[in-house]
Design a protein. Structure first.
Length: 106
């Protein structure tokens, strides 16, 4: 029970930070909606962990819902790292192309 309270408070903290970023206009509407849904989904999993455990067992998984959520979160993080890596490579290529164009002009 104490873990659920702590996890819930952490999620509420992230939701408040997300709202602050939205008000500052540092994130787009799409990013805001995506992360809002993500954190609300995470909060619902934390609140209804016992029911999610039953669903997970019903689906044939041998572990608890929190383990499954952890595995999904790790996979999601690896996906985000992959996407960031692709974006960094694209930015590096654009910088290289721009530097070449500038140096050829001079």
């Amino acid at each position: 029970m104490i873990q659920q309270i702590i996890a819930g408070l952490v999620i509420v903290f992230f939701l408040l930070k997300l709202l602050k970023q939205w008000k500052k206009k540092t994130i787009s509407l799409n990013e805001f909606v995506f992360w809002l849904l993500f954190w609300i989904f995470a909060l619902l999993i934390v609140i209804f962990i016992k029911q999610v455990d039953k669903i997970v067992i019903g689906l044939g998984f041998s572990s608890s819902a929190i383990n499954l959520a952890f595995y999904i979160a790790v996979l999601f993080l690896f996906y985000l790292i992959f996407k960031m890596r692709l974006k960094i490579v694209k930015i590096e290529k654009n910088i290289t192309d721009l530097a070449r164009k500038i140096s050829l002009k001079d």
